[in-house]
Design a protein around this ligand. Structure first.
Ligand code: SAM
Length: 312
């Protein structure tokens, strides 16, 4: 697909370049904020699965840059933002970067060390595995990323803090909702306007972190396993048994972002004078880099052999 054709087909891709965002995902976080005011009172934030960095840019523009503009030059109380991803990403002002796997305990330790005994007010996680198209499989791998995110949350988030996580809607959505409800008094599943209706993606917006009394981080997995089973019944507000039949939990999905704003599933025409912009910051080491090199090498090989056969 040509650049201009993607610009026409994907209004948020086009707007992201115009507004200097590295990815169209920035609008998802901004639209969640419009509805939930997630940045209010936030001074420390963690961005899990952050590359290429548009959510980190939002955190920097919403938290770090305004504080820097209004503070004394030597103020060391500026907002702290830590971003983690498997992939390296180009620097962003006010964002500390950690390259690592969030499912690895050592990565969690590095994040915790950056907070130096203090706790975060907000943890966001836009992690996504390489989607296979097999929904059950994709949903499962996605849930492992949320679980890793929740593990980090239980170590770094202050009581009352917020956690925003990408989820894939599927048959286990009610179970996930109940698991998150163990730790947060308010959990809402949101679908920002910039997230295509055709995509199974949505976001869990979890407010007021309040782990169960006497909670020990080591018990996280055991506790989550109990959710939705009859033996876990007495421990939960939202679960009353197997989460099936009359006990099934129905979760509303809240649309957020200006509902009369741009529709991510629609094409918008380009004006005659329209000039397509380059991406703001291409990924510096994308996982598909080797595939591109191999493709380039093989098409070069074909061209060379075509040249030889023409010459021959
Ligand atoms: N929020 C980002 C932004 O706005 O630019 C986009 C995130 S992208 C949809 C998903 C990211 O999840 C990828 O960069 C990928 O490398 C990362 N990811 C997937 N599994 C991960 C893991 N186990 N640990 C850390 N990052 C992971």
């Amino acid at each position: 697909m040509g650049k201009a054709s993607r610009d026409k087909r994907d209004i948020y891709y086009r707007k992201a370049k115009e507004e200097g965002w590295r990815a169209r995902s920035a609008f998802k976080l901004l639209q969640i904020d419009e509805e939930f005011n997630i940045f209010e009172g936030v001074n420390r934030a963690v961005d899990l699965c952050a590359a290429p960095g548009s959510w980190s840019q939002v955190l920097s523009r919403k938290l770090y840059l305004p504080a820097k503009m209004s503070s004394e030059p030597k103020d060391d109380n500026l907002p702290l933002i830590v971003a983690i991803d498997l992939q390296p990403m180009a620097p962003i002002e006010g964002v500390i970067q950690v390259q690592g796997d969030i499912t690895n305990a050592r990565t969690a330790e590095v994040v915790i060390r950056h907070f130096d005994g203090c706790k975060a007010d907000l943890v966001v996680c836009d992690g996504a595995p390489d989607v296979t198209g097999l929904h059950d499989m994709d949903e499962f791998v996605q849930s492992q990323l949320i679980l890793a995110g929740l593990t980090i949350v239980t170590h770094v988030l202050r009581e009352g803090g917020k956690f925003i996580a990408k989820i894939f809607r599927g048959k286990d959505t009610s179970l996930l909702y109940c698991q998150l409800k163990l730790f947060f008094s308010v959990v809402t599943f949101a679908k920002p306007k910039s997230s295509r209706n055709s995509s199974i993606e949505a976001f869990a917006v979890c407010e007021n972190y309040s782990p169960p009394e006497g909670f020990n981080q080591k018990d996280l997995h055991r506790l989550l396993e109990k959710v939705g089973s009859p033996s876990g019944q007495e421990d939960l507000d939202c679960s009353s048994g197997w989460l099936e039949g009359p006990n099934k939990v129905y979760i509303p999905f809240l649309a957020c972002g200006d509902l009369s704003g741009y529709d991510s599933d629609r094409s918008y025409p380009l004006s005659g004078t329209y000039q397509s912009l380059d991406p703001v910051q291409p990924p510096i080491a994308p996982p598909y880099k080797r595939a591109l090199e191999m493709k380039k090498a093989s098409s070069h090989g074909i061209r060379e052999s075509e040249k030889l056969s023409l010459e021959g």
